[in-house]
Design a protein around this ligand. Structure first.
Ligand code: XLS
Ligand code: NI
Ligand code: NI
Length: 445
């Protein structure tokens, strides 16, 4: 096929002084930072759905993007093939190592499940070829169990067990295809697993169903011999009024309650974190500290909007603190940064897809440099160590070891033996230290 993105050549690192819009200023894939290349640290993926399957439509208007495989002129399977060629052309020109997809992004739905599955198999074979030719790999696969009307009341949490079974069929097939393509992870975002109104909803019943479903997913993983990680993607609301996988802590509690915590980790999306009233930094730190950190859907929200705008990340300040926590936890294992990002509806030129990703990738690379600086200098860790020093010896260590009862502590305080002095939390000083690391990393380039 003729090139689709014919005005753009391969995007390369040209350094901070470059005035080429189609070049990286910071992301230098082979540059070594803290013992690993930027490519290995960031493990960047492009998402198929927003970048290639979405036409730019919103609830008020039609698609605006130039994506000829969506306009219905081509037969569905031909359109899927043309779309895949354009996708791999983009991935190769951008020079990223991974992509991510839903079943319906790469293969059109048929009239029956069997036909949909056949379509998927054909397109997976095509993907295998493209991957072999380009070296691009699969960060994760997933299944869309939220767009079709049958899933209006949820998939695993649907009041109708037949819908549960249909979702099981879809996910069984999508896991098999992800495994076939050597995917590093399999993601479950609970699209409509939540409720619109409690007037018709049994929350506990739906939670039990979801847990049963996830146990089936685990069984299927082992049956397939899939070595990747199972990931759950938290989100607090949208499309349902209340989503069950609200945030990392909610998902963690759910996994613990249903004996699933060994088998799942989280895929944290920045914009979902902020919708839940948390910072991205908070969600990553929670997951790292609790051993459930898996992967990231890189994007950002809009501070004035209360929905999931999925914009390209462009704040080094926001991203570097999260990257710091990721590095502190040892970095990505099977996960990576997937650009779950949407262009604005007016960004209708083919080149806009490059501008969005190039800016986002440089933002991640710059954030990596800031985070590495903070970690190497031990700026935050040494101050945190000092702040909690009381817990590693004497009274603190004894309390944690269970050596004091409440009554016992009451007596020590009552006798005047213990008399704590308030100390400064030094927030402003810490904010200055972080800013200095930001400015230094930016100046060093
Ligand atoms: C939607 C989610 C979705 C998942 C994959 O809000 O972010 O894109 O990442 O189903
Ligand atoms: Ni996402
Ligand atoms: Ni989102």
């Amino acid at each position: 096929m003729a090139e689709f993105f014919s005005t753009v050549d391969a995007v390369r690192y040209e350094g901070p002084e470059s005035d080429n819009d189609y070049a990286y200023r910071v992301y230098d894939a082979d540059r070594v930072v803290l013992g690993k290349t930027m490519r290995e640290h960031l493990r960047i993926a492009v998402c198929y759905w927003h970048s290639f399957s979405w036409a730019g439509n919103d609830v008020f208007g039609a698609g605006t993007f130039d994506r000829p495989w969506i306009d219905g002129e081509l037969a569905p399977m031909d359109a899927a093939k043309v779309k895949m060629e354009a996708a791999f052309e983009f991935l190769t020109k951008l020079g990223v190592p991974y992509f991510c997809f839903h079943d319906v992004d790469i293969a059109p739905a048929g009239d029956t499940f069997a036909e949909s599955r056949r379509n998927l198999e054909v397109m997976v074979a095509q993907a295998e070829q493209h991957m072999a030719e380009t070296g691009v790999q699969l960060l994760w696969g997933t299944s869309n169990c939220f767009s079709h009307p049958r899933f209006a009341a949820g998939a695993a949490t649907n009041p109708d067990p037949e819908v549960f079974a249909y979702a099981a069929a879809q996910i069984s097939a999508a896991m098999e295809m992800t495994h076939r393509l050597g995917g590093a992870n399999y993601v479950l975002w609970g699209g409509r697993e939540g409720y619109e109104t409690l007037l018709n909803t049994r929350m506990r019943q739906e939670a039990d169903q979801l847990a049963r479903f996830l146990h089936l997913v685990v069984e299927r993983k082992h049956e397939l011999g899939f070595a990747g990680t199972l990931l759950i993607e938290p989100k607090p609301q949208e499309p349902t009024k209340h989503q069950y996988d609200y945030d990392c802590a909610t998902v963690h509690g759910f996994l613990d309650r249903y004996d699933l915590a060994e088998e799942f980790r989280v895929n944290i999306e920045c914009n979902h974190a902020t919708l839940a009233g948390h910072s991205f930094h908070h969600e990553v730190a929670y997951a790292v500290d609790n051993g459930i950190f898996g992967s990231v859907d890189a994007n950002r929200g809009d501070a004035q909007n209360g929905w999931d705008t999925d914009q390209f990340p462009n704040s080094v300040e926001e991203v570097s603190l999260a990257v710091y926590e990721i590095l502190r936890g040892g970095g990505f294992d099977t996960g990576g940064f997937n650009f779950d990002t949407k262009l604005r509806r007016q960004s209708m030129a083919r080149e806009d897809l490059f501008h969005g990703h190039i800016g986002g990738i440089d933002t991640l690379a710059q954030s990596l440099l800031v985070a590495a600086e903070l970690l190497e200098r031990g700026t935050l860790e040494s101050l945190r160590d000092a702040r909690y020093a009381g817990w590693s010896q004497g009274l603190g260590a004894q309390i944690l070891a269970g050596e004091h009862s409440l009554k016992d502590l009451e007596q020590q305080v009552a006798s005047g033996q213990l008399d704590p002095t308030p100390v400064s939390g030094e927030q402003e000083r810490l904010e200055n230290l972080v800013n200095r690391a930001l400015w230094r990393a930016i100046a060093a380039g």
